[in-house]
Design a protein around this ligand. Structure first.
Ligand SMILES: [Zn+2]
Length: 74
């Protein structure tokens, strides 16, 4: 299931995954504009993540990101 809040993001280590990114109301994550600090489900580490324009990714990168979803409640 994807929703309009789902965004492809990249952590500072270069991992791609999908997370919910809402304009308002994120109490667990520190929001710094387009950058957020949260757990990365790929590397199992905490990292700064930033939104990625899906159009800038290859089809394979988008597929990779779509398979990995941050399931934690934000
Ligand atoms: Zn990572």
């Amino acid at each position: 299931m994807s929703s309009r809040f789902d965004s492809i993001v990249r952590c500072s280590a270069g991992h791609l995954f999908t997370t919910k990114w809402m304009a308002l109301g994120s109490f667990k994550a520190i929001r710094l504009g387009p950058v957020r600090y949260q757990r990365c489900p790929v590397g199992h580490h905490r990292s700064l993540i930033r939104r990625v324009d899906p159009g800038s990714l290859s089809r394979q990168e988008r597929a990779t990101a779509a398979r990995i979803r941050d399931t934690s409640v934000i």
